[in-house]
Design a protein around this ligand. Structure first.
Ligand code: NIG
Ligand code: FE
Length: 402
């Protein structure tokens, strides 16, 4: 059934902005006193509210009272929110100045979340996941990518991916799952990197394909996880199975982004350590550069060079990396506002990186812009000026509108 929603004080459509490179706030399309005509979850028209009302006299009206600024729902293209337990112990040690190695030795790190997630059953995982999904949705995130990677053996990775699949039937948020079985070589695996990746390739990826649990494969390329050579072999094999590729790249040391570009990855994520050479490589590719300010905040590290990436011509997305270890906060809008002050990203660049550019990292071209034919996943902030949204650094909460 057709429905006319509005009036909105401003509609920020995000239409007409480029997919790559720097943007200007002058190019933001703003419709004052606007309305959106929707049918079956899709946008039919975005225009002046009164004009739409006159043109559609018998249409149901969902009236919005008071000042509101409408935006497309945010797309968080990188999270690890399917986990059990807590890593508060790691955080306490980190802020005491303990090193990564000292924390791992004390039983912390990714392996601690693997142990806690393996011990949880699928129902518990689904419940915990849904709580985090609903919180994200209430904060304007209508599309959420969710990785496995805390199972690290076939049954537990499948348990995570099945919990994500079940959760997606219980929420209005749109979920995209990714297999991150290549998060680290599990401590209880007898063999090295290549043996483990072989095992994942033979034992796990075919089941994921058969059960249609995910069409994306991720790997953590880092000294503590997988090296570039093993990663490239694994990713090429996954690609031959028709998986989309994404990479945890250049978080502490470089090397990952080159593998991402070489393997035609849809995105290279983290990039805190990327230098000019990696920036150029990403800018000249189709791989989306995903920066994760939540991990910089959680670890007390420098931000990824978002400004330089945009100026070089890259497609930049901002994601939360919400996970129990390095990025426990998960407040995407707050994190985007904070990196925008540090890196000098303007409003158009920030909103593009949270919407249609982040959707590109998930190969979704049906969302992130308010225009006819696009999904009607929307959020409205209680203000009369779009500039208030980043200014309040995540404290202004939206109304979710479908
Ligand atoms: O993206 N960098 C690797 N993986 C996660 C951290 C996961 C964890 O610490 O549990 C990340 O930051
Ligand atoms: Fe991550």
């Amino acid at each position: 059934m057709k429905k006319l929603i509005g009036p909105f004080t401003q509609i920020l459509t995000l239409a007409g902005l480029g997919l790559k490179g720097a943007l200007s706030d002058d190019d933001l399309q703003i419709i004052s006193q606007g309305g959106v005509l929707v049918e079956n979850g899709l946008i039919l028209a975005v225009d002046d509210f009164e004009a739409l009302r006159k043109a559609n006299p018998s249409t149901t009206i969902e009236e919005i009272t008071g000042d509101h600024v409408l935006l497309p729902g945010f797309v968080d293209c990188h999270t690890h929110i399917c986990f059990a337990g807590s890593r508060a112990k790691d955080y306490a040690m980190r802020i005491q100045g303990k090193t990564y190695l000292e924390i791992a030795k004390a039983g912390g790190g990714i392996w601690d979340s693997v142990t806690q997630t393996r011990a949880a059953d699928e129902d518990l995982l689904e419940r915990l996941l849904l709580q985090r999904i609903e919180r994200h949705l209430a904060e304007g995130v209508t599309t959420i990518e969710i990785k496995s990677g805390y199972g690290l053996e076939t049954a537990s990775e499948l348990k995570q991916l099945r919990a994500i699949a079940k959760a997606s039937t219980q929420t209005k948020a749109s979920l995209v799952s990714t297999c991150l079985a290549a998060h680290m070589v599990p401590k209880d695996f007898s063999g090295g990197q290549s043996e483990y990746l072989n095992y994942v390739f033979h034992d796990l990826l075919p089941v994921i394909k058969n059960e249609n649990l995910s069409n994306r494969v991720d790997i953590f390329i880092e000294e503590s996880a997988f090296d570039a050579k093993n990663a490239l072999t694994y990713l090429n094999r996954a690609k031959q199975m028709d998986f989309d590729i994404t990479v945890h790249a250049d978080q502490f040391t470089t090397g990952g982004s080159a593998v991402a570009v070489k393997s035609g990855a849809v995105s290279a994520d983290h990039l805190e350590a990327s230098r000019d050479v990696e920036i150029k490589l990403l800018a000249n590719s189709d791989t989306v550069a995903v920066v994760l300010p939540g991990a910089s905040l959680g670890l007390g590290m420098q931000y990824a060079p978002a400004r330089k990436l945009l100026d070089a011509g890259a497609c930049l997305a901002i994601a939360s990396d919400w996970n129990p270890g390095s990025a426990p906060m998960g407040d995407l809008l707050m994190q985007a506002a904070v990196i925008s002050t540090a890196e000098k990203l303007n409003t158009a660049e920030v909103f593009a990186s949270l919407t249609f550019r982040a959707a590109k990292a998930l190969r979704l071209n049906d969302r992130g812009i308010l225009a006819p034919g696009m999904r009607a996943d929307m959020q409205a902030y209680p203000t009369n000026d779009y500039k208030e949204i980043l200014y309040h650094q995540g404290k202004l909460k939206p109304l979710i509108i479908y």
